[in-house]
Design a protein around this ligand. Structure first.
Ligand code: ZN
Ligand code: FE
Ligand code: FE
Ligand code: ZN
Length: 276
């Protein structure tokens, strides 16, 4: 059990990732992981909400594909999950989804800071231009705090996604981080170390060291995710993520089964342990 579980992986159903759960599972075994979890973008009540998630009528198919991967890779523990968008006013929808299948955990993510602006969408990058960056970051963290407080999620996804394209305010964001983390601790929700940021313009794990240090001090637990949108990204940069977590003082990571959390020690793997 050397590597943390990779709990953030997508599938071709969301229309911007490639590969089937079985492909991701094979890759995970090659890389020496013993547990993974699928967390594809969850459907919305209306399929025309946007174009980067599965349709509602595909949800059962998604579960069936994950089950197929489980049968094909019995040596690997495979968890069933969703990455759910937190949008104020849609809490009932999240509860509805939560009851539809035996999810092991739900990741709550903020992508939308308004009804129509998904801040991580490269097609909407023009909307960043001329904006007061601190106002956008404040709106983002305000929603993230609400997501934590909602009690709907086990993990909060990529906690500083607003840095994705490198638009960073000059102002000190510590108060935004603190408010979010205090809510996360009260709600008992974990945050993830998401290595996808290393593959984006910000060139940094989500969240930043500064946010993670505060999270550790506050006692907020952690999980790990590659946010893989292709099988070759499974477990990507986990060496760096584990090193970051340990360097701010974390000694444990979380796993979930049917939404019950357990804690496992965070080991320091040798360089030979991950096969690339
Ligand atoms: Zn995606
Ligand atoms: Fe996301
Ligand atoms: Fe994701
Ligand atoms: Zn994501």
């Amino acid at each position: 059990m050397s590597w943390p579980a990779d709990y953030h992986m997508h599938t071709s159903l969301c229309r911007h990732a490639k590969g089937e759960p079985s492909d991701y599972a094979r890759r995970a075994i090659e890389r020496g992981l013993d547990e993974i979890g699928f967390s594809d973008h969850s459907p919305m009540p209306r399929d025309d909400f946007d174009d980067w998630r599965m349709r509602l009528d595909q949800l059962s198919d998604y579960v069936a594909r994950v089950d197929r991967a489980r049968r094909e890779a019995p040596s690997l523990t495979i968890k069933l999950a969703l990455e759910v968008d937190f949008i104020p006013g849609q809490e009932e929808w999240v509860r509805d989804l939560a009851g539809r299948h035996p999810w092991d955990y739900l990741i709550g993510s903020v992508h939308y800071v308004t009804e129509s602006w998904d801040i991580d969408n490269p097609h909407r990058i023009a909307l960043w231009k001329g904006r007061d960056l601190f106002e956008v970051w404040t709106a983002y963290f305000e929603r993230l705090t609400q997501a934590a407080e909602s009690g709907l999620f086990d993990i909060i996804g990529h906690a500083d996604l607003c840095k994705k394209f490198g638009f960073r305010p000059d102002a000190d964001c510590t108060p935004l981080y603190r408010r979010f983390l205090a809510s996360a601790r009260r709600a008992g929700v974990a945050i993830e170390l998401n290595t996808a940021g290393l593959r984006k313009e910000c060139r940094e794990i989500y969240p930043s060291r500064a946010l993670l240090e505060l999270a550790h001090r506050e006692g907020v637990p952690i999980a790990f995710g590659s946010d893989a949108h292709a099988p070759e990204e499974v477990g990507a940069d986990f060496e760096e993520a584990v090193a970051l977590a340990r360097s701010v003082g974390y000694a444990h990571a979380c796993r979930w089964t049917r939404r019950a959390r357990t804690t496992v020690p965070l080991l320091a793997p040798g360089p030979a342990e991950i096969k690339s």
